[in-house]
Design a protein around this ligand. Sequence first.
Ligand SMILES: Nc1ncnc2c1ncn2[C@@H]1O[C@H](COP(=O)(O)OP(=O)(O)O)[C@@H](O)[C@H]1O
Ligand SMILES: [Mg+2]
Length: 423
Amino acid sequence: MRILLLGGGGREHALAWKLAQNPSLDRLWAAPGNAGIEDIAQCEPLDPIDPEAVAAFAEKQGIDLVVVGPEAPLVAGIADELASRGVPCFGPTAAAARIEGSKAWAKEIMFRAGVPTARSATFEEVAPALAYLESLGEPCVVKADGLAAGKGVRICETRSDAAEAVRDCLERGAFGPAGRPVVVEEFLDGEELSVFCLTDGRSVLPLAEARDHKRALDGDRGPNTGGMGAYSPVPGTSDVVKRAVREIFRPVVRTMDKEGARFVGLLYGGLMLTADGPKVLEFNCRFGDPETQAIIPRLRTDLAELLLASVEGNLRVYRPNWSPQACITVVLASGGYPGDYHTGLEISGLEAAATVEGVQVFHAGTARRDGRTVTAGGRVLAVSALGHDLAEARERAYDAAARIEFEGRHYRTDIAARAAEGG
Ligand SMILES: Nc1ncnc2c1ncn2[C@@H]1O[C@H](COP(=O)(O)OP(=O)(O)O)[C@@H](O)[C@H]1O
Ligand SMILES: [Mg+2]
């Protein structure tokens, strides 16, 4: 089998690491990849959001499966382009990727499917949005419709903050075309949970749940980031995951199919566990980062086989096998991230870190320069560790993380800390 993986972050390194274990793999390519992926795949300087270029490459190389990591190529129609040329692609069509690419459309699907989510309405104009705000309590939430690199959601303490957020989107063009329409919704209280389900468009196969840590600093302080760490499993959530599969994932997949937007790929539900049960905050149309780096090490079933089954529509016969171990991943970030940071800084200690039992170091923003590994992004590495429980996984991950150095590196010291203590 010949596989092409699109993307170049920590999620893609974790996927590449697992795909590379497939016994019938002939060749693995990644575009663009990173310094860690380079060790297990051939990296190509292709732009993942150029569907034509990717499809031409896939055809030329006789690729049997394209695996798409990030959302942008999916929303841009990579799966459609590949399908038109008969190249199997793991990841939804542009029509189905709208579940992530348009929060307004995702809400419509949720309402039609009757799944629990925050009460909301969608607006193109300021005045009716402000009127609707009067019907909501405080705090409330304003969301840009389109992809906004994780910056399009504002939790507003007051209605007047929310009114400003609406104006930012609709009048001041804060997010460009992604800011129109806006979704205005009620605030949901509870703990968040990320649930990953594979689907072939009909069957839904829950993979695993994870919890991520979005804030930059310990104790959930500091600015929001792409994610500073994650852990899986999340203790005490197995019933809620089953309930979410029944009440959320199956109805949404069925509704999308009925609407002509059959979803093939990984459907990621960002849930709020409220006092009234799980409610959807959003859907993503791909694996999460860094949750994937905490889930993939636990997977014993062959990943390529699972992804192919989803593409070929026979997921129903699969039951993935999981390690009973827990996994955590700790992100090592550049100094200054999520603000400005330097790149090109030499990274040392990677080999020493890799010798810690149960540890896999996944590269996120790295590059190779003159035979050395250097930083090339805000999130540089994700240090994952398995352990017999979260406490042991934490010890191992932090032992390994401390062995890795680059100027200005920072990481949170409390990933999975509360869960490990049983709280
Ligand atoms: N209705 C809501 N109530 C409370 N918090 C919310 C709500 N919607 C979003 N959030 C918070 O904002 C974060 C980002 O929102 P989300 O809808 O996941 O958008 P994105 O990931 O595209 O930025 C969520 O992880 C959650 O912490
Ligand atoms: Mg989110």
